[in-house]
Design a protein around this ligand. Structure first.
Ligand SMILES: [Zn+2]
Length: 73
């Protein structure tokens, strides 16, 4: 008896490196803010929103939800 069975049904799930940027992971864009011409970046850790003009220079200036709300129509 020489019936060795080799299971060759291993499924490999290769994870492609799709250029993930961990530095962007903590940011989200608030579309309603962005639509008003603001940066709209949301710092997820704090829930604060950047209300500086779109494509502003320098780093974002995050403000609390109440301040961001005042900008919206
Ligand atoms: Zn910003």
């Amino acid at each position: 008896m020489n019936s060795h069975e080799h299971g060759t049904s291993e499924t490999f799930h290769t994870q492609p490196h799709s250029g993930e940027r961990p530095d962007l992971r903590s940011l989200h864009i608030r579309e309603d803010v962005a639509r008003t011409g603001r940066c709209g970046n949301v710092h997820l850790a704090t829930g604060r929103t950047c209300i500086l003009p779109e494509r502003h220079q320098g780093s974002c200036d995050f403000v609390g939800p109440d301040d961001a709300k005042g900008l919206l129509p």
